[in-house]
Design a protein. Structure first.
Length: 439
């Protein structure tokens, strides 16, 4: 798929333009310079052509802190892999010396550049569009990303520069979306880079450096995978700014968008309250779940340690006892090779449809041998039929005489019996109880 990168100095409206074109609030928008620190990917389809749009962190002048240098490196990577570049300037500021430096950098790339003069919201700013011609990119598109002015025309120009050939499909139906979630600084970005085989996300020792969700599309063992790296979930008391709040919301959205979540935890401190909260969120959303214990290289090399940690996870988070546990080291790469095969297995289990005959056998056994719940008037639960009505996640409907009689304990019992009948490792199950004659 063709790639288009949006580049410019901080706070010129790159993220607003990205969101306007993609059509969803995929990048954090704030007036704090440097908010978009990684490359954010979004798919666009217009006029029968599909391309991948990349939002980059704002280019800072040479020098500065570690984050600024990381941003410059990320922008260079985005420019190198792009087919077309959109340079954004702010008409309210006019053409700055940094704009000229960026323009020179982009010209050296040899890639087609479409110049967008943003924040043209009135006649005063419209008159400044002409100044942008001095950057030497030919036509200048005076736009307002906030209000959508001239953005369609901008995209049409971008499409005219795309490589010729058959349009790429925007969505591969066989693609598995995997969200890498966890607390800040637990190693999510490092794991994403190991899985994707490239430096897609900044790796830094600063907690929370991945503020947005980073989508990387990769082939693993010939199968298409979309990897979503997310901002770490912080304690509520530590969400001290709008940016951190947006990132928390984005973590929830990433879980909503994925098929499978890899919950990354530290080997020395698994099962924190944040870990439990995030595992509960994955369960609530009906997504596949893999528990990955990171920094395994830092722990003593005791043969029984893995079993003890896995047992601790099951004891402290019994509600996700169905999830497989993988032990890895992001530093050495140890155990990471086990994740793809686990992802494929969980995806197959999450897509599984059970044989109706096996369901009926379970139903007969339950009625014959199990103690059934009893209602307040002494009426026992009667189960007439059971059927699987959906997958991803697997969902089952039980027709009974009175759904109100069903207890949580009995529901857990039935879920265990379903898991004994078939392989549902890594996926939650949905059980619904309906009155006879109702659906």
């Amino acid at each position: 798929m063709a790639i288009v990168a949006i580049v410019g100095r901080p706070n010129v409206g790159k993220s607003s333009l990205f969101n306007r074109i993609v059509g969803r609030r995929a990048s954090i928008v704030d007036d704090q310079p440097g908010v978009t620190r990684d490359r954010i990917y979004g798919e666009v389809e217009q006029d029968g052509r599909g391309f991948l749009l990349v939002d980059t962190g704002g280019l800072f002048p040479e020098g500065g802190d570690d984050i600024a240098e990381n941003i410059r490196r990320q922008v260079r990577l985005a420019v190198d892999e792009s087919d077309v570049l959109i340079m954004v300037i702010d008409t309210r500021d006019g053409v700055t010396s940094l704009d000229r430096d960026i323009a020179l950098f982009l010209r050296k790339s040899g890639k087609p550049v479409v110049l967008a003069a943003n924040k043209v919201d009135d006649l005063v700013h419209e008159s400044r569009v002409m100044e942008a011609h001095s950057l030497g990119f030919g036509d200048v598109f005076g736009i307002s990303a906030a209000h959508g002015r001239n953005t369609d025309e901008l995209v049409e120009r971008v499409i005219s520069f795309l490589p010729s050939g058959d349009p790429d499909p925007v969505k591969d139906p066989d693609e598995i979306s995997v969200a890498i979630v966890g607390r800040p600084n637990v190693g999510k970005s490092t794991l994403l880079n190991l899985l994707s085989g490239s430096e897609r996300s900044m790796v830094s020792s600063v907690p929370g450096t991945t503020r947005d969700s980073i989508d990387s599309r990769v082939l693993i063992e010939g199968k298409p995978i979309r990897l979503i790296d997310t901002a770490g979930l912080r304690k509520k008391s530590r969400i001290s700014s709008d940016v951190e709040y947006y990132s928390l919301v984005r973590t929830h959205e990433s879980i909503e968008r994925c098929d499978i979540a890899v919950l990354l935890m530290e080997g020395s401190e698994p099962c924190t309250e944040q870990d439990k909260r995030m595992a509960g969120l994955v369960l609530e959303k009906g997504k596949g779940l893999i528990l990955a214990v990171n920094k395994w290289d830092l722990l003593p090399k005791a043969p029984e340690l893995g079993d003890k940690v896995a047992e601790k996870l099951k004891d402290e988070m019994p509600f996700v006892g169905f999830a497989p546990v993988v032990f890895i080291s992001g530093l050495t790469g140890r155990g990471v090779h086990k994740l793809p095969e686990t992802i494929f297995r969980v995806h197959a289990n999450r897509s599984r449809m059970m044989d109706p005959a096996r369901l009926n056998t379970m139903l007969r056994d339950t009625l014959s041998f199990d103690r059934l719940p009893v209602g307040p008037r002494g009426m026992p639960l009667r189960m007439k039929s059971c059927s699987q009505v959906a997958a991803r996640p697997p969902a089952f409907v039980f027709i009974v005489n009175d759904p109100a009689i069903v207890t949580k304990a009995f529901e857990r019992h039935i879920a265990r019996k379903l898991r004994e009948l078939d392989d549902f490792e890594g996926t939650p199950l949905r059980l619904f109880w309906r009155n006879r004659g109702k659906t």
